[in-house]
Design a protein around this ligand. Structure first.
Ligand code: FDA
Length: 395
C-alpha cells in the first residue's frame, strides 16, 4: 500500500477548544495555512457547557494576579496584548448580546453556542481546515517539520501547537495528552491537580454534610488567598463560588478557613449581648445565617443559655471561631468535577511572548495545557484567547 503524501500546512493545532479555535482563526487570518485537529466529533464542547450554557467568556477585571502559575509573571505579556476589550469587540462585531452578571463576569444573553459559532466563523474566514472525530495516533518531528497522523490521514507543518487542554471532565473528552506530548519533547510538566473544584469533608466535619443545599455569603480562605462569595454545603462537603476559588490554592492536609459572619465588625457578639441579653447564641446567629447553619454552628460552639449570662471572653472566642471556622477537607471531587486543571506544561520552557518552546523550535503550547490557571469567572477563557492570540502572531 502506498501512503498518500502528507497534507502540507504552515501550522497544525491540536485541540479545537477555546484556545485552539481562536489561535487557528487568527493564524489563518494572518495568511497561514492552518490545520485544526480534535478527537471529539464537535469543536468547543467545553465552551458549550460553560457558564451554565451561557459562557462566561471573559472578565473585565482580568489582571495577572488573578492567575495561578509557578511563574506569576508568565501570563502578563499575553494578557496585556490581547485584552477582554479585544474579545468584547469581536463578540460585538458578531452581534452576540451579553451582560455583566457580577464581579466583572461577562455572559452571553443567549446560548454559549453563539461563541462556538463565532469562533468557527472566524476559522472559516481564515481558511482553517478542521479534522474532527479521529484520534491523533502519531506525532513525529524530523527535518524541522512536525508530522501528525490522524485516522488514515497525515499532515505536516513546521509548527505544532498543543492546545488539548487539561484532564478536567474526562467524560467530555478531556485528556492528559498535552502533558505526554510535552514530556516527549523534553518539556517539564508542573504536577497537574484539579482546581475550581468542590472540596470533600470527612472526620469531625462530616456532620456538616447534613446541611447539604444550604448556602451563605462568606469569606473563604486557603493559604494567602481569600474570596468573598457564596459557599454551599453539599452531600460530599463544600462547594459554591467561594470554595471553588480557594480550592485552586488549597493543598492536601491544609485547612480552609471560613468567615461565616463577614459583615460584622469585631465585638458584634458583645454588642448583641448588650442589645438583647435574653436571647440565645443560636437565635443571634439565626439573624445572620440560614437557620440550619445557625443551629449547627451554635451546637458546635456549645454556649448554652442566654447570651446575657455569658462572659465577654467566651463571646469573643465564639466570634473568633465564627470568623475563621476551620475545615480540613480530606480531598476534592477530582477531575470529574473540576472546572479546570492547575499545573501543566511548565512556563520556564516557554516564551511568554509567543508561547513557543525555547528548546524545541516550532512547538507551541496554549490555553489550559499550560501552567496558568485563572480564577473562576471568565478568567480561564481570557487566558485561552490571549495565549492563543500570542502564539498566532508567531506562526
Ligand atoms: P479545552 O478543554 O477547551 O479544549 C481542549 C480540546 O482538546 C478539546 O476540544 C478536546 O476534545 C481536545 N483534545 C483533548 N485531548 C485530545 C487528544 N488526545 N487528541 C485530540 N484532541 C484532544 N472558563 C471560563 O472562563 N468561563 C466559564 O464560564 C467556564 N465554565 C466552565 C464550565 C465547565 C463545566 C468547565 C469544565 C470549564 C469551564 N471553564 C470556564 C473553563 C474553560 O472551559 C477552560 O479553561 C477552557 O475551555 C480551556 O480552553 P482550552 O482550549 O485550553 O482547552
Amino acid at each position: 500500500m502506498t501512503l498518500r503524501p502528507p497534507f502540507q500546512y504552515d501550522a497544525i493545532i491540536l485541540g479545537a477548544g477555546a484556545a485552539g479555535l481562536f489561535c487557528a482563526a487568527i493564524a489563518g487570518q494572518r495568511g497561514r495555512r492552518v490545520l485544526l485537529v480534535d478527537h471529539a466529533d464537535r469543536p468547543g464542547k467545553k465552551i458549550l457547557i460553560s457558564g451554565g450554557g451561557r459562557c462566561n467568556f471573559t472578565n473585565v477585571h482580568t489582571a495577572p494576579d488573578r492567575f495561578l502559575s509557578s511563574n506569576p509573571h508568565f501570563a502578563k505579556s499575553a494578557l496585556a496584548r490581547y485584552t477582554p476589550r479585544d474579545f468584547i469587540d469581536l463578540v460585538d462585531i458578531h452581534g452576540i448580546s451579553w451582560h455583566e452578571k457580577t464581579l466583572g463576569q461577562l455572559f452571553c444573553d443567549g446560548s454559549a453556542r453563539a461563541i462556538v459559532e463565532m469562533l468557527l466563523g472566524e476559522c472559516e474566514r481564515g481558511g482553517v481546515d478542521l479534522w474532527l472525530a479521529n484520534p491523533v495516533t502519531a506525532v513525529d518531528h524530523a527535518d524541522a517539520r512536525y508530522r501528525v497522523t490522524v485516522g488514515d490521514r497525515e499532515a505536516s507543518a513546521p509548527a505544532l501547537v498543543i492546545s488539548t487542554g487539561g484532564p478536567s471532565i474526562p467524560r467530555m473528552g478531556a485528556t492528559g495528552f498535552a502533558y505526554d506530548l510535552a514530556r516527549r519533547f523534553g518539556l517539564k510538566v508542573v504536577e497537574p491537580r484539579p482546581a475550581l473544584v468542590p472540596l470533600t469533608l470527612g472526620g469531625d466535619d462530616v456532620l456538616f454534610r447534613d446541611l447539604s443545599g444550604v448556602a451563605a455569603p462568606v469569606i473563604a480562605r486557603a493559604g494567602k488567598a481569600a474570596f468573598r462569595e457564596a459557599a454551599l454545603f453539599t452531600h460530599r462537603g463544600l462547594s459554591g463560588p467561594a470554595i471553588l476559588q480557594v480550592s485552586s490554592y488549597w493543598r492536601h492536609g491544609e485547612p480552609v478557613g471560613i468567615d461565616f459572619i463577614p459583615d460584622r465588625t469585631k465585638g458584634w457578639l458583645r454588642e448583641a449581648k448588650r442589645a438583647q441579653p435574653r436571647t440565645s447564641l443560636r437565635r443571634v446567629l439565626g439573624n445572620h445565617l440560614p437557620d440550619r447553619l445557625a443551629e449547627t454552628l451554635a451546637e458546635r460552639i456549645a454556649l448554652a443559655g442566654d447570651i446575657g449570662n455569658l462572659p465577654d471572653r467566651q463571646l469573643a472566642a465564639a466570634e473568633a471561631r465564627l470568623s475563621d471556622w476551620r475545615f480540613t477537607p480530606n480531598g476534592t471531587e477530582g477531575y470529574a468535577k473540576a472546572e479546570v486543571t492547575a499545573g501543566g506544561i511548565g512556563t520556564a520552557a516557554l516564551s511568554s511572548q509567543t508561547m513557543q518552546a525555547k528548546t524545541v523550535p516550532g512547538l507551541y503550547a496554549v490555553g489550559e495545557a499550560v501552567d496558568v490557571t485563572g480564577w473562576l469567572g471568565g478568567y480561564n477563557f481570557q487566558w485561552a484567547w490571549a495565549s492563543g492570540w500570542a502564539a498566532a502572531q508567531d506562526l
